[in-house]
Design a protein around this ligand. Sequence first.
Ligand code: SF4
Length: 717
Amino acid sequence: MGNIDGDEREEETLVEMLDSEQAAAYISNDGALAKISPQFEERKVQIELLKNICSAFNKNLIGVFEAGTGVGKSYAYLIPSILWAIKNHEKIIISTGTINLQQQLCEKDIPAVEKILGKKINFILLKGRQNYICKRRLMETASVLDLFEDETQEIKRISDWADESPTGSKSEMPFMPSENAWTKVNSESDACMGKRCPFFNECFIMRVRKEAASANIIVVNHHLLFADIESRMNGAGYEDASVLPPYRRIVFDEAHGIESAATSFFSESLNRFNINKLISQMYRRRKGTEYGHLCSIAVFSKNDDKLPEAYELTNKIKTAFLNLEISAKDLMLSEYTLRLCQQTARAFGPFLVSAGILAEALGNFTNLIRIIMEGVSDEDKDIPSMWEAKSILRRLDSYVILLKNFGLWEEKKENVYWLMLRRLPPELNHSEASPDYVTLNQTPLDISALMRAGVFEEMNSVICTSATLSAGKDFHYWGSRTGLSFIEDGRVLCKSFASPFPYEKNMLFAVPSDAPLPHQVEYQQWVEMAVPKLIQAAEGRTLVLFTSYEALKNTYQSTVTLLRAFNGLIMKQGDDDNARLLERFKNDKESVLFATDSFWQGVDIPGESLSQVIIVKLPFTVPNDPVFMARSEAIEKRGGNSFMELSVPEAVIKFRQGIGRLIRRSDDRGAVIVLDRRIYEKRYGIKFSCSMPDCQKIYEPLNEITKKINRFIFEAK
Ligand code: SF4
């Protein structure tokens, strides 16, 4: 991976190159940004990043740029992107992992860059079509409100709002619609009548597509981008509009999340609720009366004599699913997840038979739907139920394929097939149904080939940026997971841009030398003693990050008991909605938050409220995670070392994300404590310790650490 001086790819078209010095001048001393922003301070590292991004645009490179907190990466890619889009009349896609960043780009950063450049740019934040109201579906649903009695008020409220809304976008609704109501009125590609729709001219989707067609900058999330890439790879090609208008350059911000976003997009799953919902939308019989789209279609079909078969076929599906769940539970015993693989294949036998029976029952029902639909004459083909049925059929067909794929798992090695046993929340647990339900999952083993063929090889330039892409100062792990390592050397430019924040002065990193090792029985008890002491030392202001919810709950309980007299709020993930928890954590300076999962990377709280981050254990993925196990096995099979090639770098990146919660502004100050001695005592620990910013480090007994933390946080003030 390195730099190149030229590229033949642009020879055919006349391209206006970016002048990187001119572009950098906008964010230099005496530049346009300095003139409009009184607190502006030039950041050398931001200028350097911007110049590298200009170079990647000019030379058609794939730029992988790790930029620490405070580098100012959004301006560093927005300025070249906007200049390029204007000069070359091109579209640039900016894809992010979170809605927060999309909003920040569209509401703050792009308008600010427009001011700096003194140029207006056409830009749009585009969401997946399911986020917008479909006026036709809304009208149809509202016209049969008596069928959905409990949702009458809600649909009416949505309808009143849609009459006034200029966008029809769910995120702009002043209330949160229920999942049930929303899925009856949102836009669905299979249910869209396009030009034949009576609402075509006033359709929110058509309007937003038109805007996207004329926009130069389109901000999307990774998920929507993958939906577009998938349709292009499946035949739509790269020249015309598909889910998105055509484009040849992408900027991935929050690029550390590409693998998990692509994995989630290309995964399939199925449980009894998914199936029951679709089946009952098509056909249900209550007190001798039949309802559903199939009944509405049968009225117009010359094959209406087939309708009575629906009752028996839908019952067969329900029975088949019940049997499938029974065999899954027999198989799983006390496990929550179980992978179908060589070692479990024999035990999976009865389950696979049940899956085959369910696939057949579902297939018979979809055949019946098709037969009844085929009997509808051309002039009646636009009745609303026909469009709804198309959308439901597509999903039922995908379930049949998923069930059949379980049976073909040995041939379809590109996916991992696994089961998950989950428990219904008490409010949804109706007495007659089992509180446990099984989800069947199909997850891609590897998304690197797809990224290579669908993104890196097709795009002229791709910029991937994030604060955490490397592990142990090495991009190899991220590159191998995302397909970058398949791309010829000269096309890829990888660089790190360190945070300009004064970590040496403002961050203390401590590991208690008297902590037991995590595998020792006394470890959890020790954590339950240590965490309250550290919280007292920092007078609250602490985010405690766990890798397991069980450990979180136990530590939280003992902390609440031990710190009865503590004034600050002690909260844990799950007590409330994540956004509200974070708001309270931010506003109550002395509060403490116990968290796991998304909080390792989703917390951005500058100031004193977050003065201490406690990382309880190095964040290794649990070794019995089915997808992780399959990925590890694939590495071992090709002669690699899965611990060093997958477990360690993945954990290092997550560890860096956890540490990154502490210093969000240049004047933030505080401590990171890792209660896991393996960082200093195991050979692989060096990969973690050398991924840290340069800061003050101590490895001493807990009692010494608590004193030093207290002095570090409070005496400097
Ligand atoms: S054009 Fe499609 S999305 Fe728009 S209102 Fe009609 S059916 Fe709905």
